[in-house]
Design a protein around this ligand. Structure first.
Ligand SMILES: [Zn+2]
Length: 392
């Protein structure tokens, strides 16, 4: 069955697909990992250091969690800019809807996982005054668009399988949990991603459809509790999604599937009728030592030359400030980036995922009473050809 599915998938990738092209320069921002706790600020850092962990080898050692202040500073930068239709840039924020319930797990000697929905607050030891209200306020103001990432970033099956084993992996995991940190991915890639279990054989790494169905159903429920909204766009943790994921998303009314960077793929409909968007600009000053605004602007120019939107990837770590100030540089660079875009492209449009979906379906998108028309054309392309085309 798996082999057959693989052959079918390869065959489909060889067939031409209709990609959407636009006659105006369009920019979207997509951002992952909101709501997911990491290092428990300075106290967590000190606790882990005294437990023998040397932190600081990579930026994700200093991944913490956004604060209400980080969010309001980001919102201020977004609100300080306008496109040719007078609209602000906004950011598609992909949320992890649960953290770990460390209090409950600790009472059981950290022998099993328990989840704590973000809608119910943060785990023991974490404080972020006004955080949930700040997310919601940005949504009301139209600068944040909440979307689905997952309920946990890691694969729960991989962790459940590991926990009964008394070895270095379990020891590191429990050391992190005691300090209020769920995981640090680069130190333990065996934990995988929500729908993807890396230690299975290659053909069965994606969780079966029924498991994904159950996970996504729960995640949508928690998301709705947090925002009183249903998600319309989704990005799988680690970008690990397959046809099963897309079908289940579609069943829940999710119309847009976000994909990672790597190829200049135009927006196109995939199986299940979901619009696939591929990120084409990597705006990641916190993690990319070669980052520059100029490089990002060159990537944007390449997209516009091909008539495809510039879809900017900017992970939440870039806005964190509590242990390491990633935020100041990011916001300064983001401000420069928007200024350069607005002066270089007089007919620029900032849109979000849902508006792009509306645009490919209707040739227009709306925002309150304002309606914007964009010329949309379809051109055939082959995914296999584009996968090799990683430029700019
Ligand atoms: Zn993520």
């Amino acid at each position: 069955m798996t082999f057959l599915r693989k052959v079918l998938q390869r065959g489909r990738d060889l067939l031409p697909v209709s990609g959407f092209h636009f006659d105006r320069p369009i920019v979207l921002l997509q951002s992952d990992d909101w709501g997911r706790v990491g290092l428990r600020d300075q106290a967590g850092l000190e606790e882990l250091r005294s437990a023998g962990l040397s932190l600081g080898d990579r930026p994700y050692d200093f991944y913490t969690l956004e604060t209400a202040d980080d969010l309001s500073e980001l919102a201020a930068v977004l609100k300080g800019h306008r496109d040719s239709s007078g609209r602000n840039p906004s950011i598609e924020m992909n949320f992890i809807s649960c953290n770990l319930d460390f209090a409950r797990m600790s009472a059981e000697g950290f022998r099993q996982l328990h989840l704590l929905p973000l809608a119910e607050g943060l785990p023991q030891g974490w404080t972020r005054p006004g955080l949930l209200e700040s997310y919601r306020s940005g949504v009301t103001q139209g600068v944040f668009h909440p979307a689905l990432h997952g309920s946990t970033h890691f694969c729960r099956i991989a962790v459940d399988r590991q926990l009964p084993r008394a070895d270095d992996r379990t020891e590191l995991l429990q050391k992190l949990w005691k300090a209020g940190t769920p995981f640090i991915y680069w130190r333990m890639p065996w934990i995988g991603f929500e729908y993807w279990d890396p230690e299975q054989s290659k053909d069965v790494r994606f969780l079966p459809a029924e498991s994904q169905q159950q996970l996504i159903g729960q995640t949508v429920g928690w998301f709705a509790k947090l925002f009183s909204l249903l998600p319309r766009s989704a990005c799988a943790p680690g970008y690990r999604a397959n046809d099963d994921t897309h079908y289940v998303w579609a069943q829940h009314g999710i119309g847009v599937a976000q994909n990672g960077p790597g190829a200049l793929v135009p927006p196109h409909f995939g199986r299940g009728g979901v619009l696939h968007l591929h990120r084409t600009v990597e705006f990641e000053p916190a993690t990319d030592s070669d980052f520059s605004v100029e490089t990002c602007l060159r990537q944007v120019k390449t997209c516009f030359a091909r008539g495809i939107p510039a879809i900017v990837s900017v992970h939440s770590i870039n806005f964190h400030s509590t242990v390491k100030d990633f935020r100041s540089r990011t916001l300064q660079n983001l401000d420069q980036f928007f200024t350069a875009l607005e002066s270089s492209y007089p007919d620029l449009l900032y849109v979000h995922d849902q508006q792009l979906l509306e645009l490919v379906n209707k040739g227009t998108y709306s925002d309150g009473d304002a309606i914007t028309r964009v010329g949309v054309t379809k051109k055939k392309f082959r995914k296999t050809a584009l996968a090799l085309q990683v430029d700019a």
